[in-house]
Design a protein around this ligand. Structure first.
Ligand SMILES: C[S@@+](CC[C@H](N)C(=O)[O-])C[C@H]1O[C@@H](n2cnc3c(N)ncnc32)[C@H](O)[C@@H]1O
Length: 272
């Protein structure tokens, strides 16, 4: 019997560094959706502030370069598109599909920031959990995801493999994730201790600890964790870098991952 809602993930809050724990994507997704439902209107007004920041200019530059690098109109997927903060940054995009787990965020994405600067010809919005969603293979030239990985949404090998399948040959992937180094040192030490002892705890104590951790787990990860996930995925060409984000709305460290799918796949990769 397949269980599409549960999948092994690196979840440093609840597991040892090299161990994996099942994560219930459906119920965590419901909590994430509810939490963004409460803040969607404020998030949209924050878009107006965020677009003036250096951090946003950095990401706008990357998206503009990536989307125009194909030399032809492309099809793009924005995963966890929220209120559509990055729609106006895209160039030469004929068709944009935005998915998000929060209906409230998606409703607002119909009137995104800098709407009159959007050059995308067609925008389609779908309410969906990225971990559970499927698209036909080779549907997109460019897939990006900004701000989604961290709060209740982990980067997993399975999701990276989906991105790989959904990309057309020669396609590009770009996403960011919260760097675990964002946490204050004492918090990291506490997590480290918890991670070391967690696998040896009896089930009852594990359960109590999971409850204390909260319903929406923090899914930040280190550069090493992310590189390990990418190496285990079907992507062979990728790079991970760390960036300081100094927006007035959020200060911390982000990991940024850029990857591409080759035009010609080796036979072994096609069937793995
Ligand atoms: C911090 S917001 C970022 C929104 C937008 N990308 C931006 O940068 O402004 C995170 C978004 O990811 C969405 N999200 C979180 N987990 C998700 C999941 N598993 N599948 C789809 N969307 C998800 C949330 O609903 C929220 O809209």
């Amino acid at each position: 019997m397949s269980n599409t809602n549960k999948s092994p993930v690196l979840n440093p809050e609840q597991t040892g560094e090299n161990s994996t724990a099942p994560m219930d994507f459906k119920s965590i997704g419901e909590q994430v959706s509810a939490s963004y439902g409460n803040i969607a209107t404020r998030y949209r007004s924050d878009d107006e502030i965020e677009v003036t920041t250096e951090h946003h200019r950095h990401l706008r530059g990357i998206l503009g370069t990536l989307s125009s690098s194909f030399g032809r109109p492309i099809t793009t997927l924005d995963v966890g598109c929220g209120t559509g903060r990055y729609f106006y940054c895209l160039k030469s995009v004929a068709h944009l599909v935005g998915i998000d787990i929060s209906e409230a965020m998606l409703n607002i994405a119909t009137t995104p920031v800098k709407q009159n600067e959007i050059s995308v010809k067609k925008i389609e919005l779908h309410c969906a959990n990225a971990h559970l969603k499927s698209f036909p293979p080779e549907s997109f030239d460019l897939i990006y995801s900004l701000g989604m990985f961290g709060h209740g949404c982990p980067v997993t090998i399975e999701l990276c493999n989906k991105f790989h399948d959904w990309l057309a040959p020669g396609g590009r992937l770009f996403f960011d994730a919260v760097d675990i180094a964002t946490l204050p040192p004492w918090h990291r030490v506490r997590r480290q201790i918890r991670r070391s002892i967690y696998p040896f705890l009896p089930q009852r104590l594990k359960h109590a600890l999971d409850q204390r951790t909260g319903s929406v787990p923090f899914c930040g990860l280190s550069k090493r964790d992310l590189e390990k996930i990418m190496r285990a995925s079907r992507f062979t060409d990728f790079s991970v870098s760390s960036h300081v984000c100094q927006s007035p709305l959020w200060r911390g460290l982000h990991l940024e991952c850029a990857a591409s799918k080759p035009f010609m796949m080796k036979q072994s990769q096609q069937h793995s």
